[in-house]
Design a protein around this ligand. Sequence first.
Ligand code: ZN
Length: 344
Amino acid sequence: MARITLRQLLDHAAAHDYAVPAFNMSNMEQGLAIMAAADATGSPVILQASRGARAYANDVVLAKLIDALVEIYPHIPVCMHLDHGNTLATCVTAVQHGFTSVMMDGSLMADGNTPASYAYNVEITRQVVQMAHAAGVSVEGELGVLGSLETGMGDQEDGHGATEKLSHEQLLTDPEEAERFVAETGVDALAVAMGTSHGAYKFSRQPDGDVLAMDVIEAIHKRLPNTHLVMHGSSSVPQDLCQLINDHGGEIKPTWGVPLEEIQRGIRHGVRKVNIDTDLRLAATSAIREVLVMSPGEFDPRKYLKPAMDSMKAQAMLKFEAFGTAGHAEKIRSRSLSQMALAY
Ligand SMILES: [Zn+2]
């Protein structure tokens, strides 16, 4: 039984100065590739599913898939996390399906598009914390609205994300407010807004301090040294994968992601969970495009899904190594949800 809560996993990461990549997952190929990478590097892992992923794969399929992955790799601690929960019910149903951690994103209203007030965010997040902690399950909250400091626009991930133009104030988490938010809600981890956004088109140039405000992370960490910080939208968007896609009929426009060095800087200042979705999508798509263009007669899906898995595994291994996660799997002993519930 290698399932673990976010709380236990990130406490271990904080004690040993590393971060854990949280990979989005909505199908078997992603799950197998991520777990193979965790196994190859001896890393604990966070698998996360958004509402879009749950709708795509079906909750029952996801639940059984996670059971299978945990059984195949009993020595790898696996945290199963809900990405961007929008209501209490979304979080409760995730717990019913075996998730050990949920994110309640109260920075947006339940529609997933409209920026919410601080008071609303505190109220809904506190409700989720009360429910989840009673079950031993961990909670990630979010303060500040994710979006681009270049354009002021929010970003959409599976239909979730602000749709209106945002002010600089909304786009950057206020450190003083973050301290209050954590005290008032009791969250285990906090997602902060500092210029990262979802998807491949994060920055129109190599990011600097004007568009990627890493100093906000440092300021929040100073006030909340014991709160685990989460970076969303933190794919690095490798140029070689974009090139491979474009070399085989794709049309990825010039774009930049979050450089690994900036994430490593965040890890030195309390970042313990780093969300990665785009990079594995690019890895899969580049491999599939290459096979289909080079072998146009091919029609066995395994002939392009296997290379896609190999490419995703390679990307995931890079993250485990870069974030310092590698080698820690065997050092973690996970406690049961009942033990966690009683400890809260
Ligand atoms: Zn996110």
